[in-house]
Design a protein around this ligand. Structure first.
Ligand code: GAR
Length: 200
């Protein structure tokens, strides 16, 4: 059974979908802890499912590195096989990425490498594209630049604003995330191989 720690910053709707999937007896992964950089609304989902939470408030540390060190200590205490960033809106310091690589993945509401960064949905609307998408990637030292594990197109419809488009992307993200975690757990996706291939 693959053990997973999930890091969030916000509503945690993707976290909730993963919690629901992981509740099925035949799903090969279990969420063992949920952490956040702020008092995230999504903690409520973890609590509902009886999953322990940990909070490492970014603003209480003097630097990103100091915050990352404490986050690393908290994560390590759970010894997860995999770390999932699911709406974690902070860039992790290099040292933390190094510690978990390649067993650290991220969801992103765009068809990477298009529209990386904190405003993937807003940027797609501003660019006037007819389609964007959702991606699940391995975290590397860049901003949403790691190897792509799964992605799918989502159309941008006339009249879409950021919220409407994001709401249509999120179900796709959830499906991809649940599938990717299942495939990592079953050995169908080899994160070390995916990372080595991307850097060769
Ligand atoms: C998700 O769409 C996730 O991909 C995005 O934040 C949302 C979190 O929603 N993350 C990023 O944009 C990271 N660059 P949720 O808190 O409801 O799961």
């Amino acid at each position: 059974m693959l053990t997973v720690a999930v890091l969030i910053s916000g509503a945690g709707s993707n976290l909730r979908a993963l919690l629901e999937a992981a509740s099925a007896p035949d799903y090969p992964a279990r969420i063992i802890a949920v952490g956040a950089d702020r008092d995230a609304a999504g903690f409520a989902h973890a609590e509902e499912f009886g999953i322990p939470t940990f909070l490492v408030p970014f603003r209480q540390f003097e630097s990103r590195e100091a915050w990352g060190r404490e986050l690393g200590v908290q994560l390590a205490a759970w010894k997860p096989d995999l770390v999932v960033l699911s709406g974690m809106m902070r860039l992790l310091p290099a040292e933390l990425v190094e510690r978990w690589a390649p067993n650290i993945i991220n969801t992103h509401p765009a068809y990477l490498p298009e529209f990386p960064g904190a405003h993937g949905v807003r940027d797609a609307i501003a660019a006037g594209v007819a389609q964007t998408g959702a991606s699940v990637i391995v975290v590397d030292h860049g901003v949403d630049s790691g190897p792509i594990l799964a992605q799918e197109r989502v159309p941008v419809l006339p009249g879409d604003d950021e919220a409407a488009l994001h709401e249509r992307i999120k179900p796709v993200e959830r499906r991809l995330l649940i599938d990717v975690v299942r495939r990592i757990a079953s050995g169908d996706i080899d994160l070390a191989a995916a990372s080595a291939e991307a850097s060769s």
